[in-house]
Ligand binder design. Structure first.
Ligand code: NDP
Ligand code: MG
Length: 390
């Protein structure tokens, strides 16, 4: 029986993780669950799964959760620091990081230092501080098991190939809801249009990232750190059907692909059962239902974020941290209708130029860069000319 800590249990990945646990309650127990502010869902999850701990980040919701669970043997805690402190609990085996954004960094580091294996959905952690996080994982002998479908695919292709150098990683991208669209079209798109992903149902932030191709940019950086390759060994190919989840090309030119229907429960389950595979009742793929699997080049001129992410990865230092923070503010600004779709890339580029570059950042530097970039980006949004706003 593995005790799982699910950071962000109320989100898209978090709820699907609980479904996987529910289907395998002889193998896994939800030991710790956390929410940012969705107290109602956290309470109902706690009642159903009976974790040892339920943590709500929003301290204003503490009493509500505490009172609702008072009759149960569940410890209720509140605040970001409570998550950092509790992920180190000796009974936890795996920490599944499914919270969104930079907030995942400190709990992940605390868990690694306590020797916990990480099932990593929170890609922002590796984008911001991949070098430090992967070095720490090595030092503490912990596995970072990818949950992101592309990285799970690559990880599955690499299993058994430990002695074979990789020539190239080929990350697939659906292209999102605006694939094939022009800059003119993108000027006027609304948040509702951007939130309609063709293949995946996900949280709002990653759905906007998918529409802008920033998600693919973050995934390129995530892949660099997970698989220890150079930026120019990572290609992105648009594959609108999302059936091939990613590929590895080896030095003899052979390419291995991992395929299946788009369903995050599979990579979640694999991260929890690795190196084993267990049976499930997830829907199976039927080749005849998909007679056309197609591939095309990403449009880097229209979707500038992907190029910006490659540039940040090549510059190194705190640059990926800068683009991550700028992007979090940009996406929040787009979601609350403060900036237009294309202004998101303008904002990220401006932050890359204006925020102080640090070539060998420490964790404290990352925390400072994140803070500084957020303040700069908020001010930038307030000063934007009206034409940038839809
Ligand atoms: P959601 O927005 O659906 O869920 C986010 C979860 O994190 C919720 O539990 C939320 O709590 C919590 N949360 C949000 N902000 C904070 C914060 N500042 N501090 C602590 N907790 C917070 O996101 P997803 O599940 O879609 O994505 C989670 C992560 O997984 C992201 O990093 C994303 O990039 C990655 N990912 C997601 C995929 C998907 O299919 N959804 C695929 C691949 C990767 P509350 O509900 O209370 O707001
Ligand atoms: Mg992905």
């Amino acid at each position: 029986m593995k005790n799982i800590a699910i950071l962000g249990s109320t989100g898209s990945i978090g709820t699907q993780t609980l479904e996987v646990i529910k289907g395998n309650n002889n193998l896994f127990r939800a030991f710790l669950i956390t929410a940012h502010s969705n107290a109602e869902l956290l309470i109902s999850q706690a009642i159903e799964f009976m974790p040892a701990y339920a943590i709500i980040c929003d301290t204003g919701k503490y009493l509500q959760v505490k009172e609702a669970l008072a009759h149960l043997p569940i410890e209720v805690l509140a605040g970001h620091q409570a998550i950092i402190d509790t992920v180190t609990h000796p009974e936890i085996d795996v920490v599944l990081t499914a919270m969104v954004g930079f907030a995942g960094l400190e709990p992940t580091i605390a868990a690694i230092k306590a020797g916990k294996d990480i099932a990593l959905a929170n890609k922002e952690t590796l984008v911001v501080a991949g070098e430090i996080v992967t070095a720490l994982a090595k030092q503490h002998g912990v596995n970072i098991l990818p949950v992101d479908s592309e990285h799970s695919a690559i990880f599955q292709c690499l299993t058994g190939e430990e002695n074979n150098p990789v020539e190239k990683l080929i990350i697939t991208a659906s292209g999102g809801p605006f694939r094939g669209r022009s800059l003119d079209f993108l000027t006027g798109v609304s948040r509702e249009e951007a939130l309609k992903h063709p293949n995946w149902v996900m949280g709002a932030k990653i759905t906007i990232d998918s529409a802008s191709l920033m998600n693919k940019g973050l995934e390129v950086i995530e892949a660099k750190w997970l698989f220890d390759v150079d930026a120019d060994q990572i290609d992105v190919v648009v594959h609108p059907q999302s059936i091939i989840h990613s590929m590895v090309q080896f030095r003899d030119g052979s390419i291995k692909a991992q395929m299946g229907l788009p369903d995050m429960k599979l990579p979640i389950q694999y991260a929890l059962t690795y190196p084993n595979r267990i049976q499930n009742d997830f829907k199976r793929f039927d080749f005849t239902a998909y007679p056309n699997l197609t591939f095309e080049k990403p449009d880097l001129e229209t979707f500038r974020n992907l190029g910006l992410a490659y540039a940040a990865l090549k510059q190194g230092g705190n640059m990926p941290c800068i683009i991550n923070a700028a992007n979090e503010i940009a996406v929040a600004g787009f979601l609350n209708n403060s900036i237009g779709f294309l202004a998101m890339s303008d904002l990220i580029e401006e932050c890359m130029q204006q925020i102080a570059f640090v070539s060998q950042p420490t964790i404290t530097d990352y925390l400072n860069t994140d803070k500084e970039t957020r303040i700069f980006a908020q001010n930038f949004i307030q000063k934007l000319p009206l034409k940038a706003i839809n």
